[in-house]
Design a protein around this ligand. Structure first.
Ligand SMILES: C[S@@+](CC[C@H](N)C(=O)[O-])C[C@H]1O[C@@H](n2cnc3c(N)ncnc32)[C@H](O)[C@@H]1O
Length: 257
């Protein structure tokens, strides 16, 4: 790509997407004579994380293994995401509280309903301590979105998804229920950290997620945002950097009628 071989690069990205689709199918099912004979049990991708102790320190949320769960450098990105889903007086869903950065922004739009789903007990405790569970327009659902959304009958004008430690399969599963919880003229966006330290795999992931959302009936647009160089200082005290790309692609997802 750096040497201008755009066509070749695109060919490789397409090949990457095809491989991923095939591998994902093979991972899900064992097929014999065209019949599915076994479906792999669902595992909780981030159970280890959900059992670990968390620490809030200096604009960071870290787990006891040193993994950065959420960091302050993402604030400008959260602002862009919140601008996409928020208009005054709407019903908004946010999945994953973390540092509460986007939830604080969502509150500024005076939503009629602001639902927050959070699965980690330490984060939930922080939400209780900071008064989130008693705000009049806020409903906090404590648990994994996979569990709590099953019994929650509500639809939203704006939805943001940003969990931690889950696989692409989980995002894929969330997208399958999106048509049931997003209002017809609603807007959805998600934290696009997919393979955020490798440009090629990031490009493959962005194309896959776009194709899958289109297949379900959504329109997807990516806005490219330049990310300032994040120096070593940003990642000090953390186990590893989870983002190193120069451009962040912000997805805007709406129903394609
Ligand atoms: C990256 S943080 C979210 C940061 C947030 N966007 C902000 O602005 O501060 C991810 C959050 O998702 C939560 N989480 C992880 N898996 C979850 C799940 N399956 N359901 C609900 N919350 C989950 C984590 O405990 C963590 O608080």
């Amino acid at each position: 790509m750096e040497n201008g071989h755009v066509e070749l690069y695109e060919y490789l990205v397409d090949t990457g997407c095809r491989s991923e689709f095939i591998l994902s199918l093979l991972g899900q099912k064992i097929v014999e004579d065209g019949d599915v004979i076994e479906t792999k049990d669902k595992i909780v991708a981030n159970q280890g994380y959900l059992n670990r102790k968390l620490f809030y320190s200096e604009g960071k949320l870290l787990d006891s293994d040193g993994n950065a769960v959420m960091m302050g450098w993402e604030t400008p990105l959260m602002k862009i995401h919140s601008n996409i889903i928020c208009k005054k007086g709407k019903k908004i869903l946010n999945v994953g509280f973390g540092l509460g950065i986007i939830d604080t922004m969502i509150q500024e739009s005076e939503p009629t309903l602001h639902t927050i789903i959070e699965a980690h007990p330490d984060v939930y405790q922080k939400m209780v301590d900071d008064g989130w569970t008693t705000k009049p327009n806020v409903t906090v659902l404590f648990g994994r979105w996979q569990d709590v959304l099953q019994d929650y009958q509500e639809t939203f004008d704006g939805i943001f998804f940003d969990t931690f430690g889950e696989y692409y399969d989980d995002l894929h599963d969330f997208h399958q229920i999106l048509p049931n919880i997003l209002n017809e003229d609603g807007v959805y966006t998600f934290f696009n950290g997919l393979c955020g330290t490798n440009q090629f795999f990031h490009d493959v992931s962005c194309r896959i997620v776009e194709l899958e959302l289109r297949e379900i009936g959504f329109n997807v647009e990516f806005e490219e945002v330049t990310v300032d160089e994040l120096g070593d200082d940003v990642w000090k005290d953390t186990k590893r950097a989870y983002w190193s790309l120069p451009t962040y692609r912000v997805p805007t997802v709406t129903f394609d009628f």
